[in-house]
Design a protein around this ligand. Structure first.
Ligand code: DAH
Length: 343
């Protein structure tokens, strides 16, 4: 008989079983190797059985036992290899999971909660469209402006009483008072006349600044759109006709406009214009008039050759009216629940 003695076989089996249990529990390559070494290393149970080989007198029996030891080692190694590949795959899957980007927020933003253009931006773009349709070009000027462009060239020399029509924010620059945050878009008229040879048909939207405490109808920062026409033989009838065409194009055929006498230093005569809603109520929109000869001259144009008209009005006010916004401050609260109501 070449069979391994039952006690030795039992010792081998239990050593293998212990090693397999440890390998099964191991979660990384290091723990697997430790389990293998515990079973097959010099001080392990398999080595102990092996050490006893020399004491087996029968050659065949010795061979059989040696083979049984080798088989036991092979089973442990095989289990270790199997476990190693499982652990390796799990580690890879774990690293993929860890690197995963969570795109769900992005998906939410692009589908459910898309951004909206601000009411004032929407109104500005519509105004530009309408005026471009009437043959106007669009121009822009700086928000930080010289006293010359904001006041002096608009026929308001230093200390002119009309300057008090605008509560001005000054920039701390020498000489003091020479630089302001523009109080209206009218200075862009001067810049356009200085740069573009007439005939000029231009609208100039932009941000303006005034020293005001915010309330339901006022903001210290708001928006205006300026209009300027300079050509030969321009009359007040051209101004009235343009305002009326704009009113119908922007508000609709059922709206009309009217002009009321007023005063602005840069126009003569000057007027304020109102828009009449279909229900008969009026919205005060802005100011207008024939460009004062001194303004043409200040911008370098010959008032004998050229004449023109100008107008200017608040965009925020108009957007507020159009959408029935109660308090103008709401338009600047940056609350999406407000913005989402308009698209
Ligand atoms: N700039 C004036 C304001 O802010 C509005 C204005 C009035 C503009 C008459 C004009 C104009 O171009 O002709 O109150």
């Amino acid at each position: 008989m070449n069979a391994t003695p039952p006690d030795k076989q039992a010792a081998l089996d239990s050593a293998v079983a212990d090693a397999l249990a440890l390998i099964d529990q191991a979660t990384d390559a290091q723990a697997i190797r430790a389990a293998v070494n515990a079973a097959t290393g010099k001080k392990g149970p398999l080595a102990a059985v092996k050490a006893g080989l020399g004491k087996v007198p029968d050659l065949d029996a010795r061979k059989a036992l040696g083979q049984a030891v080798n088989e036991a080692i092979a089973r442990v190694e095989q289990a270790a290899h199997g476990r190693e590949s499982v652990v390796k795959r799990a580690a890879f899957a774990g690293s993929i999971e860890a690197d995963r980007e969570d795109m769900s927020e992005l998906a939410l933003r692009t589908s459910a909660r898309r951004g909206r253009m601000h009411l004032v931006t929407q109104a500005t773009e519509r105004l530009e469209d309408v005026f471009v349709g009437l043959g106007f070009r669009i121009a822009e000027g700086p928000e930080v402006e010289t006293d010359f462009h904001n006041f002096e060239a608009l026929n308001m020399p230093p200390s002119h009483p009309a300057r008090s029509m605008w509560d001005t924010l000054f920039v701390d620059q020498d000489p003091q008072g020479s630089v302001v945050l523009r109080t209206h878009t009218s200075p862009v008229q001067i810049r356009v006349m200085q740069e573009w040879p007439p005939p000029i048909y231009a609208v100039m939207p932009g941000r303006v600044f005034r020293k005001e405490t915010p309330d339901a109808t006022h903001m210290p920062v708001f928006h205006q759109i300026e209009g300027l026409v300079v050509d030969r033989n321009i009359t007040f009838a051209d101004l009235a006709g343009t305002i009326e065409s704009f009113t119908k194009a922007f508000f609709g055929e059922s709206f009309t406009s009217r002009l009321r006498p007023s005063y602005f230093p840069f126009t003569e005569p000057s007027a304020e214009f109102d828009i009449r809603r279909p229900d008969g109520s009026w919205i005060e929109l802005g100011g207008c008039g024939m460009v004062h000869p001194r303004v043409l001259a200040a911008a370098g144009l010959d008032p004998e050759e050229w004449s023109g008209f100008a107008f200017g009005f608040g965009i925020d006010r108009m957007a507020k009216e159009r959408h029935g916004v109660e308090d103008i401050r709401e338009m600047y609260s940056n609350d999406v629940r407000f913005t989402e109501q308009f698209s």
